[in-house]
Design a protein around this ligand. Structure first.
Ligand code: NAP
Length: 303
């Protein structure tokens, strides 16, 4: 019988790609969304309201696996205290709602896999390489990631195998960061940000989604796994490669950090800081990344 994967926030960038890959592998997919949508042959939509703690329980009842991607986009709006609360609550209260529903229905799934971010390790610059054992940071994103992972770990108490995917910057066709940068770089107007020396651990959306599928299928996976390519891509290297892919060289000066801070406020840390992050843990399980080379990954995303 076909297994059903419930994806929270499955309508977003990663969720849409993951849905496609799961359907190719003969899973059926259910999606928890805030807006009602018509079902298709293989995808069923269920609604929830995290703030009101309302959920269509049949989504959870029918699931064999749950992948938790839902969360307000951290790059989209200025980080006011209201926005920060929305970023936090949409990830943590939503996991709590899934937990309460599983408990109420006395339902067990074969695995619960939650998104997390490499922001867990902090918005700082440095040369050390972070592994899954590196201590979390106490800044805004670091504490959100910790609380998000702790909420995921509630499922462990129900005897459910739980995996957390600490995700780097995700590259996809006109999605995520590339959606924002493409219009500028396409015109030959791209340049590096701040010092340009900050690391930018990245991962292609294909590899990330294959990691999610590995996480549901591989019973040995448990706990946190970094999803990044282990190279030393800095913002300057990334900017040069993106410009090259459009047939340009970088000719403009770097955008000064203070200007980025002025425009984006605290959110500027997403662009101006970064550390190297190792993915040796998942590789030791035999997982292989298809896109390991930055120029090839970028070309794949902009072709
Ligand atoms: N993309 C990246 O580079 C990256 C990097 C690290 C970590 N991640 C994490 O991976 C997850 C998926 O990322 P993504 O890029 O696919 O994000 P996305 O495109 O912004 O999609 C997130 C989805 O979450 C749902 N959502 C948003 N606010 C919500 C709320 N208040 N309550 C319930 N659901 C809400 C939305 O679904 P509906 O509108 O249908 O409700 C949305 O489609 C996120 O948690 C993100 O933080 C992403």
């Amino acid at each position: 019988m076909q297994k059903n994967v419930l994806i929270t926030g499955g309508t977003g960038f990663i969720g849409r790609y993951l849905t496609k890959k799961l359907l190719e592998r003969d899973y059926t997919v259910s999606i928890l969304t805030r807006d009602r949508r018509p079902n298709t042959d293989k995808v069923s939509y269920y609604t929830w309201d995290v703030t009101a703690q309302n959920i269509d329980e049949s989504a959870v009842y029918n699931a064999d696996y749950i992948i938790h991607l839902a969360g307000e986009n951290i790059a989209e709006e200025r980080w006011t205290s209201k926005r920060k609360a929305a970023i936090r609550d949409s990830r943590i209260q939503s996991a709590q709602l899934i937990y309460d529903t599983l408990k109420k229905l006395n339902k067990r799934v074969d695995a619960f896999v939650s998104a997390s971010g490499i922001g867990y390790y902090g918005a700082v610059n440095g040369e050390g390489i972070c592994t899954e054992n590196t201590l979390p940071a106490d800044d805004f994103v670091g504490t959100v990631c910790q609380d998000w992972e702790n909420a995921a770990d509630l499922m462990v108490g129900l005897g459910i195998r739980t995996v957390k995917i600490r995700t780097g910057l995700v590259l996809g066709k006109n999605e995520g960061i590339l959606k924002k940068l493409n219009p500028i770089f396409k015109k030959g107007l791209g340049s590096a940000l701040g010092s340009g020396k900050q690391y930018m651990p990245w991962v292609h959306v294909h590899d990330l989604c294959m990691m999610y599928i590995e996480a549901i299928e591989n019973g040995k996976m448990t706990g946190p796994y970094n999803a990044t390519i282990n190279d030393s891509t800095t913002n300057l290297i990334f900017s040069k490669e993106l410009a090259n892919s459009y047939g340009f060289s970088i000719w403009l000066p770097k955008v000064p950090a203070f200007l980025i801070q002025l425009v984006l406020g605290e959110r500027a840390t997403l662009l101006l800081t970064g550390r190297r992050v190792s993915s040796d843990k998942i590789k030791k399980l035999g997982f292989r990344f298809q896109f390991k080379n930055l120029p090839k990954a970028i070309k794949n995303c902009i072709k």
